[in-house]
Write a protein that binds this ligand. Structure first.
Ligand code: BGC
Length: 998
């Protein structure tokens, strides 16, 4: 509940009357008074220092100072800083003004929230005057802390509204027609080299487009609103505008196109100006996954509107129309899969600057386009996010120079060469090498990924492609007359510029490498949409992959706005009956032609729910609840007695599982139940309890059907696989009294496989959480730390720098897996990252207090790990943990941000041994009563930094049961009681009991 006080209370001034007369008494009085005043001032200072709270990191719709918002009630968040423990926000006041000047005078002409008694510091909705197109908004916030002290005002932040109504646009779509196919296309070259493009037709050169215009008045403000069907790069007076790569974002272009807004005030001037652009095919008219070509249109088009406000307030609009000029440009061909070819000899100097003789340029053509919503950009754009320099160069074949960047990455190469005019340099990209040191390209399938540059001569030339990207670690350069140096190649890493929020490291370097591989996998595959692989001819928004990895992604990066955007694409792809698709955006005639697979379609429910949990974002549920509900209803209609026994499309099952086939019908039914339970909760949270009751009841009915069909009385699941138990435990499909047994069966199965997993994409994300949910922590660590095939660490041991698509992408015995499907950069199997954050390091979510408003700190040390350290920049601030286990002592350093609380659970039942900053915790008023919860010491704490230590029981009082199954020479199973830490179960099933055990 929040309460608003309309006026902020001002401190009342008191006036002291001076006594007359100059007696000694008077002097003493004066002195005493001065001292008192001084003492009062000092105590005020001390109080202020003691309770100092400040506010920062202001964000609007998850973004810092966004331009072009079309959200009419934007939401704010801010973060409190305090040097005090137990700090909370008791109230806030937000002021939104139409100018920085008014804001500085505390005049919220757009909105003044007044002092609102509330502890909300995230998802606070704007409640002021209706916002109009182009509205500039400046805002700041102050808060009151737990003792009622006000913070200073935050630094100002801002946002600006986009163009909200169709009539705001005067621009016309103009064609970027394609000229002749160059004689030697990269496609043909690729075919010669033995790759199999299998598709053709995108090698058409791309023109320059330009517009000269004159401004007669001084410029006060200029905004460029621009988008394309395809991709654009726009320049103004010789300078590139913005740093977006591959703008606009990929959407279903038939449903909506997203536009970008740039502040170009400093680039335009009174007098002559020129706008110039390159326009590329991109996803719109180039190749996309699985042989798709020109899925939305045959050629790209540009749509731009420059609005220049003069000092006198008048506005000039320069828009795309038939007055723009067009000329063949240096980009001979460009395609996401094929690569890009560029002839620098065809560059026109000054093409993007005033004063060019354009007599041989033609007029552009306007193009009639169906009306479609133009929506503002709501997520971080794709940008350059890093540079990599080669470790080494080799020459496996004469003239074939192979650069090793040391890291599988996504992006392209910046080439730096010096060669005579007409020298044709070719860059080929690969993730791996063949045994002879040449690049391995078979797994690229129909994505030749070849860039070609033709030199203009005359000195050092720098070039990088504009509208293509590749997945690679190795670059082969050919065509140079002399041996290149390392500086010839720089890897430009690109991807959606998602702010990094999570760091994790521990005492095991292989696990640290795994964490790095997870982050690199996300970095490359979160490119405009969550994709599956950046190297082969696929790169689609596969829904199954997106949902299994989203929880890991949300720890590692701030994905809120990325998913806010993509979930609109997911809804856009849903058909009228409620069926989601396997991929989103769904190209015309693709993706939804053959029905949708369980666990893939369910991404439309699981992803919004995860964003709600991680960021406390209720609006995402409100926005998608109708689509989520339609999907569950569709599943019900396509079931027999609530069993999903038909209409599962091209069902992928537990994709890429190892030797075990989980029944597809069971997976379908389990996910139907899970999505239904989420819909029930989402209905409740969004205030529709009647619907919540209905879906909760449906969930119970599906659960009953599931149990009746698949679960035996003793908790065994029919033909059980690890994935079966994972889903049953994670989706709460079992009666409570069977959970412990089911977890034991799951653990037994892991042991039966000599501590290996058998799960594929779907089961893998639940394996470690499911084991730990019923205290099979030891088994979880054994499978997590496993390094023989199949396991997470197998690829790490084989030198992987990203997560592989397959557990056995490459093995010493067999070499490469089937090149038909063998990506070395596929994030799905990295979904164990969530468990690393919330269980190994112990930063856990409390679903009843989403957005980490209340945090569960519950590190669970295990395996051979002696320490772990992790931080997560939540929407409420930075949470961190660091634990060390040494000689039976466990220390935990933990930071909880202001305005949040936490439950801490230490892995000891020896409550008396627990200390905080070397003092007994019982004496600290901020640390609330200890409880022994299932053998762990539990405390409630407020914000601040704490340093706990305790004794952990390594042997003695507690015992573990280890099941010895099917001992070969006895042919029997035994249960052995051991002290924790005193028994080790080895890979080949042997139990080694250590002497220190009982
Ligand atoms: C993709 C996967 C995807 C799958 C569907 C593959 O080709 O790379 O990641 O989920 O198809 O089974």
């Amino acid at each position: 509940m929040k309460r608003t006080e309309t006026t902020e209370k001002q401190p009342t001034a008191t006036v002291d009357k001076k006594p007359t007369g100059k007696s000694r008494e008077y002097k003493v009085n004066i002195m005493v008074k001065k001292l008192l005043v001084w003492a009062l001032m000092m105590s005020a200072v001390l109080v202020n220092v003691a309770f100092a709270v400040t506010v920062g990191e202001l964000r609007c719709e998850y973004l810092r100072d966004p331009l072009g918002l079309d959200v009419v009630k934007p939401r704010f968040s801010w973060i409190l800083q305090s040097n005090q423990r137990n700090e909370v926000q008791k109230a806030y006041r937000v002021i939104v003004a139409s100018s920085p000047g008014l804001l500085a005078k505390d005049q919220g002409d757009l909105w003044d929230s007044g002092k609102v008694l509330s502890d909300e510091s995230a998802q606070v909705e704007y409640g002021g005057r209706s916002l109009t197109s182009r509205q500039s908004c400046w805002w700041k916030v102050r808060v009151w802390n737990r003792v009622g002290h006000a913070s200073p005002w935050s630094d100002p932040a801002r946002w600006e509204m986009g163009l909200l109504k169709p009539e705001d646009w005067q621009a016309k779509w103009i064609d970027a027609p394609l000229t002749a196919v160059p004689p030697e296309s990269s496609h043909e070259v690729a075919a010669k080299e033995g790759s199999t493009p299998g598709i053709s037709g995108s090698n058409q050169s791309l023109p320059y487009l330009r517009k000269d215009f004159t401004l007669s008045k001084g410029v006060a403000k200029a905004r460029l609103y621009v988008t394309a069907l395809g991709l654009y790069e726009i320049h103004l007076n010789g300078q590139r505008v913005g740093d977006h790569i591959f703008a606009p974002d990929w959407t279903d272009y038939n449903k909506r196109v997203r536009y970008q807004v740039y502040d170009v005030t400093s680039l335009v001037k009174s007098g002559d100006n020129t706008l110039g652009t390159f326009v590329g095919n991109g996803w719109y008219s180039g190749h996309i996954g699985n042989g798709g070509f020109q899925a939305w249109g045959k050629k790209p088009a540009l749509f731009a509107q420059l609005e220049v406000t003069a000092l006198d307030g008048s506005v000039d609009r320069i828009v795309t129309d038939a007055s723009w000029k067009i000329h063949a440009g240096p980009i001979l061909s460009s395609d996401m899969m094929m690569g890009e070819s560029y002839d620098a000899q065809k560059e026109i100097t000054g093409w993007d600057q005033p004063g060019l003789d354009t007599r041989d340029w033609s007029n552009a053509s306007e193009r009639a386009e169906a009306d479609r919503p133009l929506d503002g950009q709501i997520d971080q754009p794709v940008r350059k996010t890093g540079e990599l320099h080669p470790n080494s160069i080799s020459e496996p074949k004469p003239g074939h120079w192979t650069f090793d960047l040391g890291q599988n990455m996504v992006g392209f190469v910046r080439l730096k060469v010096s060669a005579p005019a007409g020298t044709k340099i070719q860059l080929r990209h690969a993730e791996m090498l063949n045994t002879d040191g040449t690049i391995y390209t078979a797994n690229l399938r129909g994505a030749p990924s070849i860039d070609t540059y033709i030199c203009k001569g005359g000195g050092v030339e720098l070039w990088q492609p504009r509208f293509t990207f590749h997945g690679f670690r190795y670059v082969e350069l050919t065509g140079l007359p002399q041996a290149p140096g390392k500086e010839a190649v720089t890897g430009i890493v690109v991807g959606t510029d998602i702010p990094r929020t999570g760091q994790f490291s521990c005492s095991n370097p292989d696990i640290n490498k795994l964490q790095s591989n997870i982050q690199w996998g996300m970095r490359g595959n979160y490119l405009s949409v969550p994709t599956d692989c950046p190297q082969r001819d696929e790169r689609m928004g596969w829904m199954g992959d997106a949902q299994v990895f989203i929880r890991t992604a949300a720890f590692n990066g701030d994905i809120a706005s990325f998913f806010t955007k993509w979930l609109v694409d997911v809804d856009d792809a849903q058909n009228a009956y409620g069926e989601f698709t396997n991929v989103s955006p769904s190209p015309v005639g693709k993706g939804n032609g053959d029905g949708v697979a369980p666990a893939w379609g369910d991404a439309g429910v699981i992803c919004p729910w995860t964003i709600y949990l991680m960021y406390g974002d209720k609006r995402i549920l409100e926005q998608h609840l109708a689509a989520m509900t339609r999907w569950v209803d569709w599943c019900r209609e396509h079931s027999t007695n609530l069993i999903r026994d038909h209409d599962r499309g091209h069902d992928y099952g537990d994709w890429l599982s190892q030797g075990e086939n989980t029944q597809k019908e069971l997976i379908g039914t389990a996910f139907f139940a899970y999505s239904t339970s989420i819909v029930a909760k989402a209905c409740h949270i969004t205030g529709n309890d009647a619907a919540a009751g209905k879906y909760q009841q449906l969930f119970e009915q599906i659960k009953a059907a599931f149990n009746q069909r698949y679960v035996q009385a003793d908790g065994h699941i029919q033909n059980a696989t690890q994935t079966d138990y994972c889903m049953a435990l994670k989706f709460n499909l079992l009666p409570d009294d069977l959970r412990v047994k089911a977890a034991q069966y799951l653990a037994d199965d892991v042991v039966d496989h000599k501590n290996h997993l058998t799960t594929g994409f779907i089961g893998v994300s639940y394996l470690l959480p499911a084991l730990c949910s019923e205290d099979q922590v030891d088994t979880a660590y054994r499978v997590f730390l496993q390094d023989t095939f199949p396991s997470w660490l197998f690829s790490v041991k084989k030198g992987a720098t990203t997560i592989w698509e397959r557990w056995d992408g490459w093995t010493p015995n067999r070499g490469f897996q089937n090149p038909g499907m063998n990506s070395f950069n596929h994030y799905s199997l990295g979904s164990c990252g969530e468990w690393m954050f919330d269980t190994v390091a112990g930063i856990g979510l409390d679903p009843d207090h989403p957005g980490f408003k209340h945090i569960i700190i519950r590190p669970r040390p295990g395996g051979n790990l002696t320490s772990a350290e992790c931080s997560y920049a939540s929407i409420h601030g930075l949470i961190s943990t660091k634990w060390i286990l040494k000689n039976g002592n466990f220390s935990l350093n933990v930071t909880i941000p202001p305005n949040t609380t936490a439950t801490i659970e230490l892995p000891t039942e020896n409550l008396a041994s627990v200390e905080e900053r070397a003092g007994k915790v019982a004496t600290d008023p901020g640390i609330h009563p200890a409880e022994n919860v299932k053998g762990n010491a539990q405390y409630e704490i407020g914000s601040g930094t704490y340093n706990f230590t305790c004794k952990v029981v390594l042997n003695g009082a507690q015992t573990n049961t280890i099941s010895l199954k099917n001992i070969p020479y006895l042919g029997k199973s035994y249960d052995v009681q051991t002290a924790p830490g005193s028994a080790v179960l080895t890979d080949d099933g042997k139990v080694v009991l250590e002497a220190k055990g009982k």
